[in-house]
Design a protein around this ligand. Structure first.
Ligand code: BTN
Length: 237
């Protein structure tokens, strides 16, 4: 699946780079940057650039028909990363929709963006940020974010980690294309920290009951079932 790998020392944001250069890039290109000066997070937030991390974006050019899969695709990506981290012995979990948590703090975020259409094809840019070998976490985020190294005192081989993530993605992508998210739902639920918890969704208190067939969050609020497919979710630990 992944044929082209572009390494950049520094860039504003790998997602922005892919967006700006997508016409010249083949589908399945991976763009990696050692440093990002304007890393972007979900909901217009900033992605703080930690040293010795992984910041990369995957470009997938998909039939526009398939673009409704974007939400499930982000969940799928989170699941793949969680699976690889667990193979490394890391006790990670998924926070819906696609954050990876370790010891109650975030170690990985995913930003999926839709961009442009050419002759029936659209681009999906999957941006992945993993805090890997940073020793210390800046004060501004240290209560909510961490790195693999800060939690495990281990150094991780970032090249190995990238290869393992891309390989796992490649191995499972055909299953995702054929069966959709439902093929991965049990595993996702197994590691999802929202289930059974009282959560805040866009400021409203709800009880998280289930993850639906397409990855939506199924909650109960005032005796009614509410399905959520995007938004800001906070968990009360
Ligand atoms: C989030 O949790 O809010 C998503 C964070 C996504 C960060 C990655 S780092 C590589 C790629 N380039 C960006 O500017 N953002 C994503």
């Amino acid at each position: 699946l992944f044929k082209e790998f572009i390494y950049l020392d520094e860039v504003d944001s790998t997602n922005t780079y892919v967006k700006q250069n997508q016409q010249h890039l083949e589908s399945s290109t991976v763009v990696y940057a050692e440093r990002q000066t304007q890393g972007r997070g979900r909901l217009s937030r900033r992605w703080v650039d930690l040293e010795k991390g992984i910041k990369m974006s995957i470009l997938l050019k998909l039939l526009l028909l398939d673009l409704e899969k974007i939400v499930p695709l982000t969940l799928f990506t989170g699941l793949v990363i969680n699976r690889v981290l667990r193979k490394y012995g890391v006790n990670s979990f998924i926070k819906w929709s696609n954050d990876i948590y370790l010891n109650g703090k975030k170690v990985c975020g995913i930003l999926c963006e839709l961009s442009g259409e050419v002759e029936g094809f659209g681009s999906i840019i999957i941006g992945i940020g993993i805090n890997v070998n940073a020793k210390s976490i800046p004060d501004e985020i240290k209560d909510i974010a961490t790195s693999l190294k800060a939690e495990t005192s281990q150094d991780f081989d970032r090249t190995r980690l990238i290869i393992d993530i891309l390989k796992e993605f490649e191995k499972e992508f055909p299953n995702f294309e054929t069966y959709g998210f439902s093929h991965f739902r049990d595993e996702y639920k197994n590691f999802c920290i929202n289930l059974g918890k009282e959560i805040l969704v866009n400021g409203q208190k709800m009880l998280c009951m289930d993850i639906g067939e397409n990855g939506e969050l199924v909650c109960e609020k005032d005796g009614k079932i509410v399905e959520i497919s995007s938004g800001e979710v906070t968990i009360r630990f």
